[in-house]
Design a protein around this ligand. Structure first.
Ligand code: NAD
Length: 481
């Protein structure tokens, strides 16, 4: 079984009084690694390392080009080791190796890092000028300082890179805590950062559970906390951050609607909605979850979706044919099946799936599930399930579709299915979601901002915009000019 220590000040460090945590492979239930459940002293040591690295300027005072070189080198090292990282990610999460980790998560993480290497060279303020007689003003954009970053378990390496990229490009130093069950690729990335030439203390990784996260949030030397996680955790962190008035950056839950109008291409919808609902076993904050179909097409759309969801190949992560792996844990499977059972009990109809596939006696597999005859205010429609579960509801008019789509607490992602361009533009303007896809669902790009409206949080990941969240504008006013 692999053993990992903590990555602090550019080297592996043992714990100061913390415990051990065992890491499981969700496809088999086997234990695959042992990591440290950090103590408050470990967190303090990591924050101190990041603090020293920030204030002695060993990172923030490097030229943009020097910073960019380190980030680019990290991308190259990760790219060279794509297979090794993809294997580790699939082993730790159960994701299909060939169809997801190898072609999706790791190459996208490399691309994200390369984007932020470029972005590191463009941090300066946009204006200088004379706004008052005899004075010249300069607007500088400066890094926030030590940033605490906290990631979830669904895309461990991607979420780590989405956090690290903009913070490092902005000149911040970091203490990052991965989710308790999926720390392996983040720890592997930490070691690569040493080889990439990052100065000691710029990147620090502590492992542990929610308490470790809370210790980071409460630490007075941490100037900002960036979380990707559930809305409940976001609320807790925001409350705690008030004590030290930290900046918070929150990428939280989602409950994406798909608005299917009568002119939509239903074959395309079925294929893309299925991918949107089953990619990463539906454990995706932008996952396709609520399908609303214009009444005249309800029957045809439902048949197409059911057939397509039934055809998804569930399998072990290292079976090349696998399109969908297990859920992340026993607890998560209980949560997903609890939602489905309660929907059933309240009168909804399960059109396909709804249970554990018969061919798996180990691991936390769950069938792709389609639920109909539910209602807009039902729990299964309103709350984030985080599993391969779609609901289908009908609507009469465009106006009703928009109202249904916006009638949840979340606002992360949505999609519109139509070949009517005017309708696509009209509806997209009225949807309260950070991303609106037209005739697709799921793709993201390093250049495009990703983040929520409403209780899906605020602040952006990806894109040059995300870097702005890690910078503070300073006005320097020169008199006697
Ligand atoms: P979670 O909120 O349970 O945990 C996320 C992280 O927060 C973990 O590292 C956890 O240890 C830590 N944490 C929990 N309580 C804390 C506290 N009080 N103080 C500090 N840290 C704390 O979420 P999860 O179950 O790991 O991940 C799934 C959630 O993440 C879903 O809601 C999903 O929608 C969301 N998510 C959002 C995005 C996005 O971009 N918006 C992307 C991926 C996942």
């Amino acid at each position: 079984m692999k053993q990992f220590k903590l990555w602090i000040n550019g080297k592996w460090e043992d714990t100061l009084g913390g415990k051990k945590m065992q890491i499981e492979n969700p496809a088999t239930g086997d234990l695959i690694a042992e990591v440290i459940d950090s103590s408050p002293e470990d967190v303090n040591k990591a924050v101190q390392a990041a603090h020293n690295a920030f204030y002695d300027g060993r990172w923030s005072r490097l030229t943009p080009g020097e910073k960019a070189n380190c980030i680019w080198k990290l991308a190259e090292l990760l790219s060279e080791r794509t297979e090794e990282f993809a294997k580790a990610e699939s082993e730790n999460t159960g994701k299909p190796y060939k169809n997801l980790s190898l072609v999706g998560d790791i190459p996208f993480a490399v691309d994200n890092l390369k984007f932020f290497a470029g972005a590191a060279r463009e941090t300066q303020g946009s204006r200088s000028g004379e706004f008052f007689p005899g004075y010249t003003s300069l607007f500088r954009r400066e890094p926030v300082g030590v940033v605490g970053q906290i990631t979830p378990w669904n895309y461990p390496i991607l979420m780590a890179v989405w956090k690290l990229g903009p913070a490092l490009a902005a000149g911040c130093t970091v203490v990052l805590k991965p989710a308790p069950g999926t720390p392996i690729t983040t720890l592997m990335l930490a070691e690569l950062s040493g080889q990439a030439g990052f100065p000691e203390g710029v990147i620090n990784i502590v492992t542990g559970g929610n308490e470790t996260g809370q210790t980071i949030v409460d630490h007075p030397s941490v100037r900002m906390v960036s979380l990707t996680g559930s809305t409940e955790t976001g609320k807790k962190i925001m409350r705690s951050a008030a004590n030290t008035l930290k900046r918070v950056h929150l990428e939280l839950g989602g409950k994406a609607p798909l608005l299917v109008f009568e002119e939509a291409d239903l074959e395309l919808l079925a294929a893309k909605a299925t991918l949107g609902a089953t990619c990463n076993t539906g454990q995706d904050c932008t996952a396709a979850t609520r399908v609303y179909v214009q009444k005249s097409q309800l029957k045809r759309a439902t048949e197409a979706l059911v057939e397509s969801m039934r055809s998804v190949k569930i399998g072990l992560p290292f079976d090349d044919a696998s399109e969908m792996g297990p859920l992340i844990s026993k607890i998560q499977r209980e949560r997903v099946s609890g939602f489905v059972e309660r929907a059933k009990q309240s009168g909804a109809k399960i059109l396909t799936g709804g249970g554990i596939p018969k061919s798996f006696d180990r691991g936390y597999f769950f069938e792709p599930t389609v639920i109909a005859e539910t209602s807009q205010n039902a729990e299964i429609v309103q709350n984030e399930v985080f599993g391969p579960v779609l609901t289908i509801l009908p609507f009469e008019k465009e106006e009703n579709a928009i109202a249904f789509a916006n009638d949840v607490n979340y606002g992360l992602a949505s999609s519109i299915w139509t070949n009517d361009l005017s309708r696509a533009m009209r509806v997209s303007q009225r949807l309260e979601f950070g991303t609106v896809w037209i005739n697709d669902h799921l793709p993201l790009a390093s250049e495009a901002p990703h983040g929520g409206f409403k209780q899906s949080g605020f602040g952006k990941d990806l894109s040059a915009e995300s870097m702005g969240d890690y910078l503070i504008t300073k006005h320097i006013m020169i008199g006697g000019v």
